[in-house]
Design a protein around this ligand. Structure first.
Ligand SMILES: NC(=O)c1ccc[n+]([C@@H]2O[C@H](COP(=O)([O-])OP(=O)(O)OC[C@H]3O[C@@H](n4cnc5c(N)ncnc54)[C@H](OP(=O)(O)O)[C@@H]3O)[C@@H](O)[C@H]2O)c1
Length: 212
């Protein structure tokens, strides 16, 4: 499948590499291609594009940009290039303006996922993977043999189902369907707890499991 991954950081790189490994045709998108030249030399199956080229290429597009810049990045990607496509939003609206620990740029009665959906009404936004570090997103079996949960939220049930299939191809077996996109409020707010757990354990290689 043609995949577009918006972002140049560790998350975009991890997702792009994994998608290419799984046989997808991947373009990774940034405002500054030079940032990715070194990485691409060892990931030659992934091509580098502008944000607009990357969104145009993808049948499915990932938002792996800094949450505070995501709306700008998506607007540079272009509404027309994102229309009718699934946008897998893995971002967190973390606000580091006052340093560590971060706060959120949006919370409570709204979420970044919902802001994106309102700004791009023709796009099928699916929130997932934002509650784990990049390596766990793409290689869930490396933590507790995969015995932990990832969450998924979307208004579009069919889009959600396609992303569930993709998550399974990454190795995810426990995929917790939270419901519509408003449920991303909780998944995004969890990032505040995640950074504290990271601080306490000094590793991002962990996740949570829902038990009852
Ligand atoms: N790191 C993780 O393990 C992890 C885990 C869960 C969720 N996430 C989420 O995944 C996203 C990416 O995280 P990351 O750590 O890989 O990288 P990051 O440093 O949070 O984001 C870097 C990317 O954001 C883009 N960006 C920043 N400000 C922008 C703006 N104003 N307009 C357009 N683009 C802008 C940069 O674009 P250029 O390349 O053009 O400079 C770059 O591609 C974040 O939302 C993060 O919260 C990350």
């Amino acid at each position: 499948m043609r995949m577009g991954v918006l972002g140049s950081g560790m998350t975009a790189q991890a997702i792009s590499a994994r998608l290419a490994e799984l046989g997808h045709d991947v373009v990774i998108g940034t405002r500054d291609a030079d940032k990715l030249r070194g990485w691409q030399s060892s990931n030659q199956r992934v091509l580098i594009g502008t944000l607009a080229e990357t969104a145009a290429h993808g049948e499915m597009v990932f938002n792996a940009t800094d949450g505070a810049g995501s709306l700008n990045a998506l607007s540079m990607a272009g509404e027309e290039n994102l229309a009718d496509k699934i946008l897998v939003d893995v971002s967190n609206p973390l606000d580091f303006a006052d340093g560590f620990p971060p706060s959120l740029t949006v919370f409570g009665k709204d979420s970044l996922a919902e802001q994106i959906q309102r700004a791009f009404p023709m796009t099928r936004v699916v929130k997932t993977l934002n509650t784990v570090t990049a390596r766990v997103m793409t290689h869930p079996l490396e933590v507790a043999d995969g015995d932990h949960h990832v969450f998924i939220s979307a208004n579009d049930v069919e889009a959600k189902s396609q992303v569930v299939d993709l998550l399974r191809s990454f190795g995810w077996t426990n995929i917790f369907d939270l419901g519509d996109l408003s449920t991303a409020r909780g998944a995004e707010a969890y990032a505040l707890l995640w950074v504290r757990l990271y601080g306490a354990m000094n590793t991002g290689m962990f996740n949570i499991k829902i038990m009852r």
